[in-house]
Design a protein around this ligand. Structure first.
Ligand SMILES: C[S@@+](CC[C@H](N)C(=O)[O-])C[C@H]1O[C@@H](n2cnc3c(N)ncnc32)[C@H](O)[C@@H]1O
Length: 437
């Protein structure tokens, strides 16, 4: 049996998700199990059998969820939405003993209250269940067994059954987070955009809780991102659990094979904060890889951690002046307010203002120019003026969303003799204000 699926993802990563799903179809599934369809803003459509949907859950590092399409129809009002929900054979998918949650996303919907529309979808499902099964599921918005998503456009309502459960960026091993951790699927998508492949040196000099590094290590060690977690489809009546056991056993074999051929991962991290490094170490231990060297270091003093060209990827703090613990921008010892209060917990002092410390980024740009010849550096930031601050001209910039925050992924090619520089004082080029790439 074949289904239509939709895999939502962080905006800006749709093309990366298409290529990831095509790889999954080719490398992890028999022919015909999954066929990847169109990308739309915020996700990718694909068609497949149960194994296809399960493999997307197990192997996608970029998707946020995998949704199974139940029905789609034009609507005019909440009553039409109720009727659509009531007509579906929900009792084929789950029992009244399962708890339920309904969510609605809308783009240009004419409806006045999405909350009311959500209630009508819930009522439609519950009324149908009561008619057919004699009982209705109860609602649990925190830990539901089953989730239904409704998507409204100006004209159409689509109902989806969620096959993921907890969102897919929850890999199951990250418990220790910093103040501004990246979502795992955004980090994984960025890694794919950088073109990094296992065996090439990778370095995050402000690694925090280590999201880029952990995602890269999982790629290098062929660890399926969903191997250690459960999924919503495990609660659905129709899910083909034999196909699931087969996929999981193959993913376990792949991980064991990669780990037995132990090699140097060439994945490195550093951070000014020993507290953050401890969090990263605890995460890596839980995720099952211990051989990612981490060093406490001010990023301005960074040097390439391996010989040869590599990829540097980082999301620096933004919207805060960075005052490095015990040192000012010139490297002179100076206690921060937090240190003086004795409650230093993340290694740098945040002063909420919208001007990133220019001296810090000048020094960081100098470190890149002087020491990282032939590397490619990628910065994720919401600060469009970052290239000017680094005094480097970007080779590319890609719009990405970190949650609701609009960001850019800037690429700098540090090719010997041709590093493109720009003076810090130069006004922002018109293309810096463009939304398009
Ligand atoms: C936005 S967070 C990075 C989050 C990280 N990508 C993660 O997933 O957890 C920025 C990091 O920069 C570090 N940092 C701040 N100033 C630094 C400096 N001068 N040198 C190195 N790291 C610094 C902070 O300790 C923090 O962990």
């Amino acid at each position: 049996m074949s289904f239509d699926f939709f895999a939502p993802c962080p905006r800006g990563l749709e093309a990366a998700l298409v290529s990831e799903l095509i790889e999954t179809a080719k490398n992890r599934l028999p022919p015909g199990a999954m066929s990847v369809g169109a990308e739309v803003p915020g996700g990718v459509h694909f068609r497949g059998n149960w194994a296809g949907g399960m493999a997307a859950n197990l192997h996608s590092r970029i998707a946020s969820r995998v949704l199974l399409k139940i029905a789609q129809r034009p609507y005019r009002d909440e009553h039409d939405i109720y009727e659509l929900a009531r007509e579906q054979r929900w009792d084929q998918w789950f029992t009244a003993n399962e708890t339920l949650r309904v969510d609605i996303t809308a783009i240009k919907s004419p409806l006045r209250s999405l909350e009311f529309a959500t209630l009508r979808v819930k009522d439609g499902i519950c009324d149908r269940m009561r008619d057919k099964a004699g009982a209705r599921p109860s609602i649990d918005t925190t830990y539901p067994d089953v989730r239904v998503f409704a998507f409204l456009t100006a004209t159409d309502c689509t109902l989806y059954l969620d096959t993921s459960g907890e969102p897919l960026f929850k890999r199951g091993w990250r418990l220790d987070k910093g103040a501004a951790p990246l979502r795992e699927n955004l980090a994984a998508g960025i890694l794919r955009l950088t073109g990094w492949t296992a065996g090439t040196p990778l370095y995050d000099p402000m690694c925090g809780s280590g999201t880029f590094l952990a995602e890269a290590a999982q790629v290098a060690l062929d660890i399926a991102p969903g191997l250690d977690r459960s999924f919503g489809f495990e609660r659905l009546k129709q899910a083909e659990m034999a196909a699931w056991r087969h996929l999981k056993s193959e993913a376990n074999t792949a991980r064991n094979t990669a780990q037995s051929g132990k090699r140097d991962l060439l994945i490195f991290g550093s951070d000014i904060s020993d507290v953050m490094l401890d969090k990263a170490r605890a995460n890596f231990k839980r995720a099952g890889f211990g051989n990612v060297p981490l060093k406490q270091l001010d990023a301005r003093n960074m040097t390439p951690p391996a010989s040869g060209a590599g990829v540097l990827v980082v999301n620096p703090p933004y919207g805060e002046r960075i005052e490095v613990r015990g040192r000012n921008a010139r490297g002179e010892a100076r206690p921060t307010a937090r240190e003086m209060r004795g409650d230093d917990d993340d290694g740098f002092r945040r002063i909420q203002d919208d001007t990133p410390d220019p001296e810090f980024f000048h020094a960081l740009g100098d470190a890149l120019k002087q020491r990282f010849t032939d590397w490619r550096a990628f910065f994720l930031t919401s600060d469009r003026k970052l290239p000017g601050q680094l005094r480097l001209r970007e080779a590319a910039k890609t719009p990405l969303y970190n949650g609701a925050l609009e960001c850019r992924l800037f690429r700098f090619d540090l090719i010997a003799g041709s590093v493109r520089q720009r003076p810090a004082s130069k006004p922002a080029a018109p293309e810096d204000q463009d939304d398009a790439q």
